[in-house]
Design a protein around this ligand. Sequence first.
Ligand code: CDT
Length: 327
Amino acid sequence: MTRILKIAAAQSGPIARTESRAEVVDRLILQLRAAERQECDLVVFTECALTAFFPHWWIESEEELDAWFELEMPSHSTQPLFDEAKRLGIAFHLGFAELAWENGQKRRFNASLLVDQQGAVIGKHRKIHLPGHEDHRPQNPFQNLEQRYFEVGNLGFNTWPMLGGIVGMCICNDRRWPETYRVLALGGAELILLGYNTPDHIPEHPQLDRHVGFQHQLCMQAGAYQNGCWVVAVAKAGVEEGVSQIGLTSIIAPSGEIVAQSRTLADELVVYACDLDEACAYRELFNFSKNRQVQYYGPIVDRAGIELPRDGGVVSPTSRKVLGAEN
Ligand code: CDT
């Protein structure tokens, strides 16, 4: 039995601040239908796919902030997307800002859902690596206030059986951390889905701007190869409310090769028939259970920061400062 999944990475162009959920859902439904015409099994939408990316703005009013979040999923305005996907028999991935009540407490997460071909929600991820800052930086051309508006996800990195394979999710900045891919791969992930909003300018480090596209690809290509899995990464692209974001929506094979990529900064479907069994050779070569030497990996989970060597000479004060060491 072949395990070839036809996947549509549904890149989103900019969403205006004034665009309603219903208008955005109409755009997503058009992409679903285009994917169905190409006989796709799965459509992957981006991070916070239902609105403009509001963490780029300083928002003080709690009421105004709440309005950017979804209180339920599906909701009145997103139900048509779920209905249409079910009617077409297409599974999908959708990123959204989640407002949850847990133990009587209001909580905000940057989340994504996995919905099967029957329209049932089978998985949820809450973004774990939140980029940006909490403080107001009005001197910057735009901000990234994810650390102010979202909590660190409390669900971990999970995987789910779907469409004959094992699927994992992460969100945007999660893709830059090798731990993400390895934990998902240890959960059996053969296919990792993610959406992202990545500006092409880093206000605090403009000297890095020329690497933004390269580093976006680098981390995912390495993650795919080192963990023997497919990665499907979907952008919110183009100039949104004055913030210019990269496109480069990519489908990456377990070889680490980018096999399909977007060519525009607008709504665009990137389609590829992904053979999940292409991962077999890499899984066999690395053979985790035989060759991983977990007795030497302790520091990865025992501590977050850097511990300097105690033997063999004096650590320079510059190294100490640059590394932000804990000892
Ligand atoms: N949304 C999100 O996580 N964006 C961040 C911006 C970081 S700037 C290099 C990202 O990792 O793409």
